[in-house]
Write a protein that binds this ligand. Structure first.
Ligand code: GDP
Length: 224
């Protein structure tokens, strides 16, 4: 299946036999090659809007880094975003020459001084509001604490802009399957009631549950 081979990148050619599998189906091997590109602290540092981008957001400790690592089948990729000095940055990761993942700073633990928080909020609002090559936002929420005020703020903001949204209800292994299914339904209902157009799924990095479903969304956004 040639479609799984990023064109013109010899070093990235991966045979079907070697391709990673998620829930028995092929995962696009390009994700395994994802690598850190840059940290952005100010508007003027933003890379050119040249490639398709998908962003990840979520409350601190929701499981965002673990989700990015699971989706890229790498152990420490997103840990870069947690390095001192990079936690308040937008961290850019290249999947290949035409596709980028952007890890937005975790929110919810507002320890930073007010001026810094304002600067950071302005940057994120600018990024989510203006970025022309941004194809969608994956919002990571701990399935045990979904839809916090911060999550709603972000969802409302993206909905107003018409940005495609997908929600990962992660750490699904921490509750029973029945409870996870019920939370999924509740979240879907709340989104409908608020007229927020977002798809939702359960996810677990521990069990590698939902990886394939999330890849389908990412693949569509990134044009694989
Ligand atoms: P972040 O701050 O949103 O990037 O969160 P992390 O990815 O660092 O995860 C926070 C904590 O939750 C870590 O201890 C992870 O090991 C744990 N965690 C993340 N995802 C899962 C999951 O799907 N299942 C379980 N059981 N733990 C998880």
């Amino acid at each position: 299946m040639a479609a799984y081979e990023p064109a013109g990148r010899k070093e990235r050619k991966v045979s079907i036999e070697c391709a990673s599998r998620a829930n028995g189906k092929l995962m696009n091997p390009a994700y395994k090659q994802t690598c850190f590109v840059t940290s952005v602290f100010e508007r003027r540092q933003l890379p050119a809007e040249a490639v398709a981008e998908a962003a990840f957001a979520g409350r601190s400790n929701a499981g965002k880094s673990s989700a990015i690592n699971a989706l890229c089948e790498q152990k420490r990729l997103a840990q870069i975003s947690k390095m001192p000095g990079r936690t308040r940055a937008l961290n850019f990761f290249a999947v290949d020459a035409e596709r980028t993942l952007v890890d937005l700073p975790g929110y919810g633990y507002a320890k930073a001084p007010t001026a810094l928080r304002r600067q950071w909020k302005t940057l994120i609002e600018h990024y989510l509001g203006q970025r022309r090559n941004l194809r969608g936002l994956m919002l990571v929420m701990d399935i045990r604490h979904p839809l916090t005020d911060h999550d709603w703020q972000l969802l409302d903001w993206c909905q107003a802009r018409g940005l495609p949204l997908h929600i990962l209800l992660t750490k699904a292994d921490k509750i029973s399957r029945g409870a996870a299914a019920s939370t999924l339904q509740k979240v879907e209902r709340s989104l409908r009631e608020r007229k927020v157009d977002a798809s939702v799924q359960t996810f677990s990095t521990l069990k590698r549950q939902g990886v394939e479903q999330a890849h389908e969304v990412l693949d569509a956004w990134l044009g694989f």
